[in-house]
Design a protein around this ligand. Structure first.
Ligand code: NAD
Length: 456
């Protein structure tokens, strides 16, 4: 399966066609045109998959892609330039240069929660860096994935960029080929499968994974602003966002006022009955719905807001749990749904310790006006990236590299970081033949004293 496709892409890459600046530029423009011309169809496909509001699909998927494309188009020639680097005394005189070489044929595997963005954002890097690419979108968004396959085939030649549809079986078949890079976005569980398969060919990997991302509110934070920004980042896309706050730590005495503030923001955003709001998405499929339902049934006693479920519509209302500690069902794994546990705390030291006992999160958010608390959390907790006094927003700055650490992933992308991820930085030292310094050659005689003076 897919052998011919892989071979064709390799052949096209080897032809050198993907390398010139003009070609890369024209393909980035083609992708921009695709997004422009097919916007309505893309919005509809994502809506048909899980009733994601058009605003969210545009703001967090298509719009993000367009702005990344514009940025890449404006900077591509600069990114492609070889970089002149300083020399060192030991090799004087020399000219030192880093060349940016494409990797070859790459595989992009994407999840379902932002199905357009997470398939095409890595592709921008792959095109900019001069690669060919096969994209394997998620089987959980059949409307979006089949539309992506149709559109990519319309705007690009198959031996350059193509979409393979399907699930586990198709992904496993693709993983048999010696790709020059595998860019995977998804769960840590599948990330391990991908890395094992990649190891067979020593294919480099970028793993954009997930995990339980904490949000910490300190005593002096503005509760209303915290509630508004946490609720937005948590319930956009019905909580199915990798960098959403998974849970919130709030000082004991502010727990009740914080939950009240969240309730009033929820009413403002989605009305008295969020089920009737056109601004609130549904759960992607029955499997995910059942998983979340099980969590809420087990943790029923802690529900203080929401908890309304409708299996036929795969609807779960925005739900807040007031939980005592980590010994509850919702804290066992990444929630990835519209369920926000709130935990009270007394001592910042304790929560830093507890968070550090768990796998490194993809994101962490801090709501504070206390610089000392901010510095402590930033220095003492290891996580992919995050924000102070906001949630999720750091993704919107393409100058910031985005990625996880440890269990939440490896490698980064966005902006120039995408270009770097899909390039090999080839280091070259250039020497002339007119000057000969024989110090490194045998017989060494008295050379040791000279080399000791240079290398110190
Ligand atoms: P997933 O890991 O189940 O699936 C991701 C992709 O892997 C899909 O294309 C799927 O077809 C494929 N896949 C699934 N099982 C496989 C197997 N056994 N062998 C080979 N391929 C397989 O993830 P998901 O449910 O689609 O997405 C949710 C997860 O993704 C969450 O953990 C979330 O945090 C994470 N995520 C991370 C980011 C990020 O940028 N770091 C973004 C979105 C989602």
């Amino acid at each position: 399966m897919f052998e011919q496709l892989f071979r064709d892409q390799k052949k096209f890459y080897k032809s050198g066609s993907t390398r010139p600046y003009g070609f890369r530029q024209s393909q980035l423009k083609a992708l921009y045109r695709l997004l422009d011309e097919q916007e309505e169809r893309l919005l509809k496909a994502v809506f048909d998959d899980f009733k994601k509001p058009a605003f969210e699909t545009f703001a967090l998927e298509i719009g993000v892609l367009k702005s990344e494309l514009s940025y890449a188009l404006n900077n591509l020639s600069k990114w492609m330039q070889p970089e002149n680097i300083r020399g060192t005394l030991v090799n004087f005189p020399s000219k030192n240069v880093i060349y940016k070489e494409p990797l070859g044929t790459v595989l992009i595997i994407s999840p379902w929660n932002y199905p357009v963005q997470l398939s095409l954002l890595p592709l921008i890097g792959a095109i900019a860096a001069g690669n060919t690419a096969i994209i394997k979108p998620s089987e959980c968004t059949p409307n979006t994935s089949s539309l992506l396959a149709e559109l990519i085939a319309e705007y690009f030649s198959e031996d350059y960029i193509s979409v393979v549809q399907g699930g586990v079986e198709e992904t496993q078949s693709l993983l048999h080929f010696p790709f020059d890079h595998i860019f995977f976005t998804g769960s840590p569980r599948v990330g391990k499968i991908i890395m094992k398969a990649a190891a067979e060919h020593l294919s480099p990997v970028t793993l954009e994974l997930g995990g339980k991302s904490p949000c910490i509110i300190t005593k002096d934070a503005d509760l209303d602003i915290s509630a508004r920004r946490i609720v937005w980042g948590k319930f956009v896309n019905a909580g199915q966002t990798c960098v959403a706050s998974d849970y919130v730590y709030v000082p004991d005495e502010y727990k009740t006022p914080f939950i009240h503030a969240c309730n009033s923001v929820l009413r403002e955003f989605y009305g008295e009955n969020p089920k009737e709001s056109s601004d609130y998405a549904r759960i992607i499929n029955d499997q995910q719905f059942n998983r979340l339902q099980r969590i809420l049934e087990t943790d029923d006693q802690y529900i203080v807001t929401g908890g309304v479920m409708d299996a036929d519509e795969r609807y779960i209302s925005p739900t807040i749990l007031d939980i005592p500690d980590w010994e509850v069902e919702c804290m066992k794994d990444e929630i990835f749904g519209p369920v926000l546990p709130v935990i009270g705390y007394e001592d910042l030291n304790e929560i830093i310790e507890v968070i550090n006992e768990h796998p490194k999160p993809l994101a962490c958010y801090i709501f504070t006006n206390d610089h000392q608390a901010e510095s402590r959390i930033l220095e003492e907790i290891s996580f992919g990236g995050g924000a102070v006094n906001d949630t999720v927003a750091h993704l919107g700055n393409h100058h910031l590299p985005f990625g996880g650490v440890g269990n939440s992933g490896m490698g980064t992308y966005h902006g120039v970081h995408s270009f770097n991820t899909f390039s090999h930085r080839k280091s070259i030292m250039k020497k002339s033949s007119w000057l000969k310094i024989p110090i490194r050659y045998a017989p060494y005689n008295g050379n040791l004293k000279w080399i000791k003076r240079i290398l110190r």
